[in-house]
Design a protein around this ligand. Structure first.
Ligand code: G3P
Length: 226
C-alpha cells in the first residue's frame, strides 16, 4: 500500500520524504490556506510538487466543467507529477473525463459513497478519494465504503486507485490496508504516530541500559560523524 502525506506544510513534507516514508502528497484548499501566509500560491505549489518523487494532488477551485478543465491544465503544467483534484460532482466528472483525455491524471475527491466511486472510475479517474473521517463524523461507518469500492472495482477490473482520505488516526490506516485501499493519505501527525510504540521505546531503553552495564561502547551521533 502506498502512503501519501496529506498536508501543504513543506517542513513536514520534507521530513517525511527524507525518512523515505511517503510515496506522494495530497493537498486541498483548506490545507494550503494554513501555510500560504504572504507567499505566492504559484511558488508554494511548485515547491510542494518538487518536494517528492511521486504524485502530488493539487485541487481546482472552479466548480464548472470549463473552469475546472482550464485550471486543471494550469495546475498540470506546474510539474509532471501533478495530479489534478476535482470534486465528485456532475461537472467534476465531465472535467475528469476531459482532462484524462488530454493525458492529465485526475484525483476525484469528496467521495462519500460507492456509487460515486463507481462513476469516478467510469470517468477515468486515476485516484478516487473517499473521505473516511468525515463519514465517521456523521455517525456512519466510513471504512465500510472502502470494502464496497474495492469489491466493485475488482468485479469490473477498474484501474482507478482507491485513495483513503480524511484519515484521523493509526487505526484508520490499518483498517484501510486490511480492506485493500491502494493508498492512504495521512496528516503528518498520524504518520508519526504510525512510527511510535511505547514498547519499542521501553525495549530500546533496556537494551541501551544493559549494554552500558556491560561497558559496551555505545556510538553517539558525534562519534558517527567523526
Ligand atoms: O485528503 C482529504 C482530507 O484532507 C480531508 O481530511 O480531516 O479535513 O476530513 P479532513
Amino acid at each position: 500500500m502506498k502512503i501519501f502525506v496529506d498536508t501543504a506544510d513543506l517542513k513536514e513534507i520534507r521530513r517525511a520524504a527524507k525518512a523515505g516514508l511517503i510515496d506522494g502528497i495530497t493537498t486541498n484548499p483548506s490545507l494550503l490556506s494554513k501555510v500560504l501566509g504572504d507567499r505566492s500560491l504559484a511558488d508554494c505549489l511548485k515547491e510542494i510538487a518538487d518536494a517528492v518523487d511521486g504524485p502530488v494532488s493539487l485541487e481546482v477551485l472552479a466548480t464548472d466543467t470549463d473552469g475546472m478543465v482550464a485550471q486543471g491544465r494550469e495546475l498540470a503544467s506546474i510539474a509532471e507529477n501533478v495530479v489534478v483534484k476535482v470534486p465528485l460532482t456532475e461537472d467534476g466528472l465531465v472535467a475528469c473525463r476531459q482532462l484524462r483525455g488530454e493525458g492529465i491524471g485526475v484525483n476525484v475527491t469528496l467521495c462519500f459513497s460507492p456509487s460515486q466511486a463507481l462513476l469516478a472510475a467510469k470517468a477515468g479517474a486515476r485516484f478516487v478519494s473517499p473521505f473516511i473521517g468525515r463519514i465517521d463524523d456523521i455517525s456512519h461507518e466510513g471504512m465500510g465504503i472502502i470494502s464496497q469500492i474495492r469489491e466493485i472495482y475488482d468485479n469490473y477490473g477498474f484501474e482507478t486507485e482507491i485513495l483513503a482520505a480524511s484519515i484521523r488516526h493509526p487505526l484508520h490506516v490499518v483498517e484501510a490496508a486490511l480492506l485493500g485501499a491502494d493508498i492512504v493519505t495521512v496528516p503528518p501527525e498520524v504518520l508519526w504516530k504510525l512510527v511510535n510504540h511505547p514498547l519499542t521505546d521501553r525495549g530500546l531503553e533496556r537494551f541501551i541500559e544493559d549494554a552500558r552495564k556491560a561497558d559496551i561502547e555505545i556510538p553517539t551521533r558525534e562519534s558517527a560523524e567523526a
